[in-house]
Design a protein around this ligand. Structure first.
Ligand code: 6PG
Length: 232
């Protein structure tokens, strides 16, 4: 799956740079995308992206310093950003170490300056999904799922002993992207994959991601896809 993801990212980066002279990508947190980031940081993929024209953001961040083991920035730095020639000023991280509301405001301002619009139009947003159907830091039952104006909010949610305070893009901000790609692996998520993709809509946060003028992809390994109808 990491290979398939890296191949697609290279193509989308090239298309964005050809069309608009830059490539903006919001990274996913959690552990699943690490293999994809490592692929992207290795040849032949590494040299196929013009990193000087690449801009990296995050879909969500935990309220921890950038060196913390639970920092999404730290994971991306270790697996990808420290290994590719991306200029420091092209790395637009959420300041998880500060006051959460202040970090959300600063990140929203950064998005506004970069995109020049109320909602960011990322070339690509990468997302993971939890076994409860959450994505980014959009958790089941959260009022933020119906947020229509703000691009960035602070939330609090407990999941697998990970930090509960989070700063996250809202569904409306993610859904403004040109391309959104979910990366999901493992049999423990198979039932939720089936419910999200084949069950009634608006039941789980991942279903609230619906690009309005863009494309949506789900990249699954065989185990994660095993309960979808038509899969053997
Ligand atoms: C985070 C996320 C979150 C993550 C899922 C899946 O910061 O925790 O961005 O939405 O993608 O929880 O996490 P795993 O890949 O570790 O299963």
């Amino acid at each position: 799956m990491a290979l398939a993801a890296a191949e697609r990212i290279v193509v989308w980066a090239g298309r964005a740079i050809d069309a608009r002279g830059r490539f903006s990508m919001a990274l996913a947190g959690g552990s699943t995308p690490r293999a994809t980031y490592r692929r992207l940081a290795s040849e032949p993929y590494r040299s196929k992206i013009d990193w000087a024209l690449g801009h990296v953001f995050w879909g969500d961040e935990r309220c921890v310093p950038p060196t913390h083991p639970h920092s999404n920035y730290a994971m991306a730095y270790e697996s990808l950003l420290s290994k590719v020639p991306i200029p420091d000023e092209n790395v637009h991280r959420v300041q998880g170490e500060g006051n959460a509301e202040g970090a959300a405001r600063a990140y929203a301002g950064e998005l506004q300056r970069f995109f020049g619009t109320a909602l960011p139009r990322f070339d690509l947003v990468l997302l993971g999904m939890g076994s409860d159907g959450h994505t980014a830091s959009l958790f089941p039952g959260s009022a933020v799922l119906d947020e229509m104006e703000r691009a960035v909010v602070v939330v609090s949610a407990d999941y697998q002993h990970r930090p509960s305070c989070r700063v996250t893009l809202t569904p409306v901000a993610i859904s403004a992207a040109r391309v959104v790609m979910f990366l999901v692996t493992g049999g423990q998520k198979a039932s939720m994959v089936q419910r999200v993709l084949e069950g009634p809509p608006r039941s789980f946060p991942a279903q609230f991601i619906r690009p309005v003028n863009g494309e949506l992809y789900w990249l699954l390994d065989a185990a994660a896809a095993s309960q979808l109808s038509g899969c053997v």
